[in-house]
Design a protein around this ligand. Sequence first.
Ligand SMILES: [Fe+2]
Length: 375
Amino acid sequence: MNNVNIKHLMEDGQSIIDFDTKSYNFYKLILDDFNKFFDEKSLPAINKLSEIHKNESQFNDFEGLRQRMFSLFRGKKFQDIYCKLGKEIIDNHYSKNALIQKTPTARIQPPQYMTTSFHCDAWYGHSELTTSFWVPLTKINENNTLYMAKDRASSKETLMSFKKNNYDLGQINDISKSICEPVLINYGQIKSFMPDMIHGAVPNTSNRTRVTFDFRIVSSRDDLGHKSISNYYDYNYLLNKDSLNSSDESIDDLSDLRLVSYSNSCRGVNAKSQLTLCAGIAQDRKINITRNESEIYVFSHLPVLRYYLGEESPETNGVIAFSLDIFENDISLAKKVFELALKNNKVILFAAEDILIRNNNDLTKAINIMLNNKN
Ligand SMILES: [Fe+2]
């Protein structure tokens, strides 16, 4: 792996890292998984990721396929090589205080499609300590690639001008594009860039689908911007991943679980929205939801939730709930509920934060997140 010179990254705002595509064969993993998806739908297989749009059956469920990619990203096979690559990047370029995003973001841009308007990642809550990493999986050219600011100075200057003028989105895109150039790298290379680097996509006018993923590394937990610590692995996790009990932190296989989908008053988020997210996550993880339940609002000790985590309901393995916000910052209540669940060998999955409570370690992590959110 080439050394990214972090000083260079700080000055230029961008750099390129090489990785070994044989050791980290993301392409094959994704292509094989997509072909499984097509097979399940009785659609013909594809030979190349760039040819997804050429599927004979006029396939156009690109969002479904993208969600499939996210599921793959959370699974063991992908996580094994992704965490290994993340550790290698941190070993070469960061201190052991660095954190890496747990699940990369998947992008699919077929011909004629548009994806992301021009922006910088700081606009979306990433702190100054964050570096983004963009990994193309298909061959790219100037008609289907990402565009990025030529240098950090012009990016910063443009961001300043955006602050002073109330441009509409069309103007922001036009001005941004004028200071950007196409990112032309190959599979086996990663573009890294700072959160103040303007970048964005243009409509894909090529005849190839662009498939990429991107992830972030934060140099320390001192400033995560608006992002939750639960989105990241720390170095210790990467180091001990292989020796960890596979049930610990593994978000791979929850398909045996039978969970009750639970909602309560949760800071005014309506029950339907809560249950919709729970249902989406459950479908994604192939979790069996046996029923939906709402809390009795007049009580604050959450008797319905306690019932499904107690010994009175042996037919369920626990509960899927919308968010840690169901406790409305009552940390001692949350702790009691978690302890009840663990005592009865039950789990609680919080959909919004993607946290599964199934041991004391998870309990501590969840309580820490609640404490951080409170401060
Ligand atoms: Fe971005």
